[in-house]
Design a protein. Structure first.
Lengths: 327, 748
């Protein structure tokens, strides 16, 4: 780990002022479950580390007029234990419980989940966000790629590591972001971006911005579920995830949101599958069909064809799980 | 089973090192702090195969805080002699070349140079400033690839040894040997069914939690002091002395507590490097590996390619068996293929057998021992074919194994004739176990069985026992404590002396303080060091009888020792009472012993496993797991069970999770514990154990050694269970979701 300056601001405003104007100057520390390992491996070598864990503005889970507000430094464990979330958002609880071990859930934060760096081993071994060698050749398509994207975009073959991205997008959530000139709100799907340079980031934050809150609309009457296909139960990321939110009209689906995780550089919205479900009664056959449609356009690499199959299964099972869930 | 009753053996006392371990006070190598301590870092090769054109260390040396830089050129010229440091005869140049590369790098992660600096961070930065000019060479990563004529050569001077003779053929095949028994052709001709199958197993790492570390101080008096994490302090002493051209007495090695080894902490990596850095700086130097260095720079187990052919009569009797075993040694010769050949058909009495073994060098880290090294690969192949034969013949898989089971007097193809072994008893225990008869209902579920063998090791051990005036004894030994061996050794002394295990204080000491003791490996410590403790305790008793005789004015031969008391007609004194009177009867009593036992007893282990396969995702979940093993005599049953569970867990990792993902350029992609996906406690089922005791006639208490055989059967048993669950035969490890999905697709 490279030596760094440690800052422990008392207010959000102070914290924002301590961030740099370009990436690499400062890093934000919340749970530290990703940042510390990035620093240990010299992937991040910030001059300053700004601790936001103590900021009051970023804490707590509260009801709002339109739904729920989750502070960015709320831990996974707090989310999993929250009656407000458990009663209405099973898809979030399922995603959070997939983040194992318990030790990680005790430390890791929701803001950190959304802003974590990707897990591509080329990135983690120092080949940059997009995993390119010195000559600019993308390494994932020509090397080991069994955990990489089946929906690559441009030169981005890594998969978004976020567990909460898919359910939050499916539920229509927004994030609030604080910067030097005040705060802004964007839909969660706009938080995730495809980096175009090897030094780019996976989120649309500026280097001097802090993700402060997640705002989720009420999910009353919305059946929602997340299903993760995993190799290991603990200390691992899913191989494929599907998160669904179904607005019901009697026994038929009025409208569906289906978001795939860990298959592309951002969460992938399965619009074709969403359209397929609209106006129909959800049966196991229809759920399977939605799974098939969801992977239309998938472009697996040399070693990850199996992830296409896993994605079909994830969609099918998430839909069946949602039908079991409380409306 | 023996009817002899013991007071201490077979009980479950609290381990002597328990408090220090659970409170975090136990001292490991990375904990070492001393005045003037410098920190070392190693520069490692980014290429799997390249010639080193030049090394320029000037920029690194110029960095503030850097105190010394070393390369292979700093080793004293020791020539190219052949040495035997406990693992067979090896050219010293290979051992030295793996510690710091000279001329060529042979795998990615191969150490090239090292730095000592005032902080680990400066050392790491300085290492990155060393300029090495490489000429990259084409690399070979698998045995079949490396064996092909015209394959790139790792060692231009490596001549194949064939059937024990040195040939002039230069190739990547370091050795090809053959074991034969009976008439193979005749045996296959007699068979009603002959199956031939091919198998691949992955390169996997032992995955000990504690990374390698070493601290060295080249003292002003010329003596070299080393503290490190090792399975064998004397191996470190002898290897380091050899490489640095020092008399062994000039090197003192202190083994620190060890956070796992499994065979991987027998080779020497860091100690001679830390020593060179200390010599240059005059200060102590500590080097601690990162996890990435452990994966890329230390010895995993060989990946392998195996072909098995077995013939059987309709009634199940095996008539012939043939095996080709090609094991990847990594960068230097020495894949554990000899052990693979000794174990591949070890569970069976087969009249006609031929086994061919190939020790093949490839551009991967130089492999090291890993718990029953070579045997798990071989058993995965054999036990899968045996299961398939049982299916074809409509026989119960355990009945088929029992029909062919090896027993006392069975001769193996490698020449060994078994003494008393517990193969039949383990198979019978499996058959009688409630798990084997329990109903297994539900779709995509299946049950598999397999058996495995490890021959275990003897080798020298030394021990002294000092009697304390309070009636306790202090036991000094040279065996690094892995898995509770302090206690299993102390218990054997306690049994002889008629005192509780808690009254024996075991201490693991440095190489100056105890006689030569071989590694904690080969499941030998409870067997051999335990035997040394037994003999040292007998020596104590002999001297104590003399003291009792002196007290009572009798001849020593008139004194008996029974039930913890010394007795003669009309006299009786307890061990503790006599211990308090040593000063008045002639002074301290110290018993001592060295042993080099021959009566090693091999151990068989079997497992029964139920799985459920998700046919849509290829994920295998283990529903129930039972491990059954012949311990000979279980000294401390909890630690025997712990070994059985630990071996099973690693076997499950081989089966379902673990492999080195190597790119075509020989770079390891998953060189972190996150990406390597070793199973954790949260991924594993409860593992039930049953100890079988067929005492080893070659040990005073019947001990066999239990650390290894338990890892051997799980991959095959899981493969057999997967077949019964979803109808595909897995012949490649690991059986991870992507690999199992491929096979399921092929089937449908």
């Amino acid at each position: 780990m490279q030596a760094f300056e440690y800052a422990n601001p008392a207010t959000l405003q102070e914290a924002v002022a301590m961030l740099g104007s370009s990436w690499g100057e400062a890093d934000i520390l919340a749970g530290g479950t990703d940042l510390i390992s990035l620093m240990k491996d010299y992937i991040h070598t910030p001059k300053r580390v700004v601790n936001i864990k103590g900021l009051k503005e970023l804490q707590g889970i509260t009801k709002t007029a339109t739904g729920l507000r989750i502070g960015a430094v709320v831990t996974f464990d707090e989310v999993a234990e929250s009656p407000l979330i458990r009663s209405e958002y099973p898809s979030i609880v399922q995603a959070v419980l997939g983040v194992a071990s318990p030790q990680i859930r005790n430390m890791g934060t929701v803001g950190g989940d959304l802003c974590q760096r990707n897990r591509c081993w080329y990135f983690r071994q120092g080949f940059g966000t997009l995993g390119k060698d010195k000559d600019g050749t993308s390494l994932p398509p020509i090397g080991e790629n069994r955990y990489h994207a089946i929906f690559p975009k441009g030169d981005a073959y890594f998969v978004s590591a976020s567990s909460l991205g898919p359910p939050l997008i499916a539920l229509g959530a927004k994030v609030k972001i604080a910067g030097p000139s005040g705060s802004r709100e964007i839909p969660v799907e706009e938080l995730f971006v495809v980096p175009t340079s090897n030094k780019g980031r996976e989120v649309s934050l500026a280097p001097n911005e802090i993700l402060t809150e997640i705002l989720i609309p009420s999910a009353r009457g919305v059946r929602n579920a997340t299903y993760e296909v995993r190799h290991k139960q603990a200390l691992d990321w899913p191989l494929a995830t599907a998160s669904v939110a179904l607005r019901m009209k009697g026994s038929t689906v009025a409208s569906a949101k289906i978001v795939l995780g860990h298959v592309g550089p951002t969460p992938v919205i399965a619009t074709e599958a969403e359209a397929l479900l609209a106006g129909k009664a959800l049966t196991p056959d229809l759920a399977a069909e939605a799974g098939k449609v969801a992977v239309n356009g998938a472009k697996p690499l040399s070693g990850n064809e199996y992830k296409v199959q896993l994605t079909r299964v994830a969609v099918k099972r998430a839909l069946m799980e949602a039908m079991k869930a409380r409306a | 089973m023996s009817t002899q009753s013991y007071q201490v053996i077979g009980t479950r006392p609290i381990r002597h090192d328990g408090v220090d371990k659970v409170t975090g006070r136990a001292l490991y190598g990375a904990d070492i702090q001393m005045a003037g301590l410098l920190h070392g870092a190693i520069l490692r090769s980014p290429h799997a195969h390249a010639r080193i054109r030049s090394i320029n260390t000037s920029k690194a040396e110029a960095l503030a805080g850097v105190k010394a830089v070393v390369t292979a050129a700093d080793f004293p010229p020791t020539g190219d002699r052949i040495v035997d440091l406990g693992e067979g005869e090896t050219p010293l140049s290979y051992i030295r070349g793996n510690i710091l590369a000279s001329g060529k790098v042979l795998y990615r992660g191969h150490a090239v140079a090292a730095v000592a600096a005032t902080s680990p961070h400066i050392a790491a930065e300085a290492a990155s400033l060393i300029e090495v000019e490489y000429e990259p060479l084409p690399c070979v990563l698998t045995a079949p690839e490396a064996m092909r004529p015209g394959a790139p050569l790792l060692h231009e001077d490596l001549k194949t040894k064939e059937f024990g003779q040195q040939t002039d053929r230069v190739s990547n095949i370091a050795e090809h040997f053959r074991h034969s028994l009976g008439d193979l052709e005749k045996g296959f001709a007699e068979a009603d069914i002959v199956l031939e199958r091919e198998f691949h197993t992955a390169t996997v790492h032992q995955g000990y939690i504690e990374p390698h570390n070493a601290t060295a101080l080249w003292n002003n008096d010329g003596r070299l002091l080393i503290w490190c994490s090792t399975q064998g302090a004397f191996v470190v002493r002898d290897t380091t002395a050899c490489i640095l051209d020092l008399p062994v007495s000039q090197v003192k090695v202190t083994p620190m507590e060890i956070g796992g080894g499994f065979g991987g902490k027998i080779p020497v990596y860091l100690e001679p490097v830390a020593a060179l850095l200390s010599k240059k700086t005059g200060r102590p130097v500590k080097i601690v590996m990162s996890r990435k260095e452990v994966f890329e720079g230390t010895g995993p187990t060989p990946g392998s390619f195996i072909r098995i052919k077995i013939g059987a009569k309709r009634d199940g009797r095996f008539t012939a068996a043939q095996a080709d075993l090609a094991y990847e040694a990594g960068a230097y010769p020495g894949a554990m293929v000899g052990a693979g050949a000794m174990t591949v058909f070890a569970a069976y009495d087969i009249p006609n057998v031929t086994i061919d073994g190939y020790d093949v060098v490839v551009n991967k880290p130089s492999t090291a021992a890993y718990r029953a090294p070579g045997a798990t690969n071989a058993a995965f192949a054999t036990e899968t074919v045996v299961d398939e034969i049982a299916e074809h013949l409509g026989l119960d898989p355990l009945d088929l194994r029992l029909k062919n089971a090896a027993k006392e007097g069975t001769r193996r193809a490698d020449g060994l004739k078994y003494r008393r072994i517990g193969c039949v008893e383990v198979l019978e225990a499996m058959k009688a176990h409630p798990h084997y008869r329990a109903p297994l209902e539900g779709a995509n579920r299946g049950r598999g069985v397999a058996i495995g063998y490890w021959f275990n090791a003897g080798l020298p051990s030394s021990c002294t026992i000092s009697v304390n005036a309070d009636g306790s004894v202090t036991l000094v030994e040279g065996s690094t404590d892995i898995g509770g061996t302090r206690t299993s050794v102390a218990m054997q002394a306690a049994e002889v002396l008629g005192i509780p295990a808690g009254s024996v204080h075991p201490v693991v000491v440095d190489t100056d303080s105890v006689g030569f003791t071989a590694v904690t490996g080969g499941s030998r410590t409870t067997f051999a060091t335990g035997w040394a403790a037994y003999e040292a305790a007998q020596d104590v008793l002999r001297q104590m009888k003399e003291r009792a005789a002196k007290l009572w004015g009798l001849e020593p031969s008139a004194v008996r020792f029974e039930g913890g008391h010394f007795r003669a007609s009309g006299h009786e004194i307890s061990f503790a009472e006599l211990a308090a009177r040593l000063a008045e009867t002639g002074g301290p009593v110290v018993g001592r012993a060295t042993v080099n036992p021959r009566g090693v007893g091999g151990s068989f282990a079997g497992c029964i496993v139920d799985v459920e396969v998700d046919p849509e995702t290829g994920k295998t979940s283990i529903l129930r797991f039972t491990s059954i093993q012949d311990a000979g005599r279980a000294i401390h049953p909890s630690y025997v069970e712990g070994q059985m569970q630990g071996g099973s867990v690693q076997g499950i990792g081989w089966a379902l999770n673990e492999e080195y993902f190597m790119g075509p350029d020989g770079e390891m992609r998953n060189s972190s514990l996150l990406d390597y996906r070793m199973p954790t406690a949260l991924d594993l089922p409860m593992i039930d154990t049953q100890i079988v005791e067929v005492p080893n006639p070659g040990h005073p208490f019947g001990v066999r050694g239990v650390g290894e055989a338990n890892i051997v059967p799980p991959p095959a048993a899981i493969a057999n269970a997967i077949y019964r669950a979803v109808g595909v035969r897995m012949r490649r490890l690991p059986m991870s979701p992507p690999n199992l999905m491929q096979e399921l697709w092929k089937k449908s």
